[in-house]
Design a protein around this ligand. Structure first.
Ligand code: PML
Length: 249
């Protein structure tokens, strides 16, 4: 059966490329017969975002004509913390245990302050501690991945996780990113001011949710991929943006 990649992006004060503020983005893979439902889910996501009402939105669909990889999700755990400081300390330790040198972690945190309002992810080389993607304020947007609802819900019940579109999307993304041999680890928290749980993910650590990585009201999100031994930046970005992946548990 034909599968389609369906993507949504929404912003305020015009399109992103005209300086608009990022409100929401989303991505699903859908069969033809399910397209109406899929578009509705993405539309709903954009219209109910706590960063405000968008005045620009695009929903785009594309037939996937490459073979689709299937794989299991990363192992998931949740670490409850009392404060942002404790959460951030744990995040740094997990990154270090995953193989990111301390100096690189510190450099990434410094650079992060200059990267507010980014839609996608930034790529960091663990040896130089320098940002290596060439996407300036746009970042790299991981795409063409999904996890079908019934299979996801079975997994969520088994692990006693809340059934949440947000957790599902983040785990799918982290699984895709960290599956690549050049990825050492990922650090992420939401730009949604009402959502403060973030995570560190890596092959070694799995998907480690940390319940506080920022304070309520903070609109600054973060998504960093730490990479090692990347011989070809373009093919890495091609993997993230174009190669289709479906999670199956
Ligand atoms: C996002 O919504 O932008 C990222 C969410 C990351 C954390 C999801 C989770 O609770 O595991």
């Amino acid at each position: 059966e034909n599968l389609f990649s369906v993507r949504m992006r929404a912003s305020k004060n015009g399109a992103h490329e005209n300086g608009g503020k990022h409100i929401s983005g989303g991505e699903q893979i859908s069969t033809y017969s399910h397209l109406k439902h899929t578009v509705n889910v993405l539309l709903d996501k954009a219209l109910t975002h706590s960063k405000g009402n968008p005045d620009f939105m695009q929903i785009q669909l594309e037939l996937i004509d490459e073979p689709i990889t299937k794989c299991e999700p990363l192992h998931i755990e949740t670490i409850e913390v009392e404060s942002v400081e404790e959460g951030q300390l744990i995040a740094r330790n997990l990154l270090e245990k995953s193989g990111v040198p301390r100096a690189c972690i510190e450099k990434a945190y410094q650079q992060m302050k200059e990267c507010s309002g980014l839609r996608g992810a930034i790529l960091f080389d663990i040896h130089t501690g320098e940002r290596i993607d060439d996407r300036s304020d746009k970042g790299v947007r991981v795409s063409r991945m999904d996890w079908f609802t019934t299979n996801y819900e079975k997994w969520a019940n088994y692990y006693k996780m809340p059934v949440s579109q947000r957790v599902k999307e983040a785990l799918v993304l982290a699984t895709k990113v960290n599956r690549h041999p050049a990825t050492v680890a990922e650090l992420c928290w939401s730009d949604d001011p009402e959502y403060i749980t973030g995570y560190v993910a890596s092959k070694k650590a799995g998907y480690q949710r940390i319940t506080r990585l920022k304070t309520y009201g903070d609109e600054q999100g973060c998504r960093i991929f730490f990479v090692n031994g990347l011989s070809d930046l373009d093919s890495y970005i091609h993997y993230l943006e174009k190669e289709p992946l479906i999670i199956q548990w």
